[in-house]
Design a protein around this ligand. Structure first.
Ligand code: AMP
Ligand code: ZN
Length: 112
């Protein structure tokens, strides 16, 4: 657990979250400030700063993608977008890697 990491605290049960999927390696919960009608964050339970660090652990990488697929199945989504913001200039604000899973209305492309 990384000190002062909001997502580590959610994983540890020290902060509340609206959980939609939970397994040994991954937790998925609703984003506090949703950018689409469905906006779920899928995080590995172990702390990795970003997708580059996560990629060094192939099992954890696969677990995050499987977690996305599990949420998609659970919510019955047909069409969705997954985003990993990486670095401040790309909009990353929480430095515990997370997949944004967005759905629920047509999403424009490319994003701004
Ligand atoms: P990013 O800007 O890509 O790092 O995404 C961080 C996301 O985490 C933002 O969409 C925030 O709304 C969301 N967020 C921050 N704190 C919490 C929290 N305690 N529970 C749920 N979502 C959060
Ligand atoms: Zn963390």
């Amino acid at each position: 657990m990384a000190e002062d990491c909001v997502f580590c605290k959610i994983v540890a049960g020290e902060l509340p979250a609206s959980v939609v999927y939970d397994d040994a390696d991954v937790l998925a919960f609703a984003d506090l400030d949703p950018k689409a009608p469905t906006h779920i964050l899928v995080v590995p339970k172990r702390h990795y700063v970003d997708i580059s660090e996560l990629a060094g652990d192939r099992d954890a990488s696969a677990a995050v993608l499987a977690g996305v697929a599990a949420v998609v199945r659970t919510l019955g989504l047909n069409s969705y977008r997954t985003v990993f913001n990486t670095g401040v200039e790309a909009g990353q604000t929480v430095f515990h890697v997370h997949a944004h899973l967005l759905a629920g209305r047509p999403l424009t492309w490319p994003p701004g």
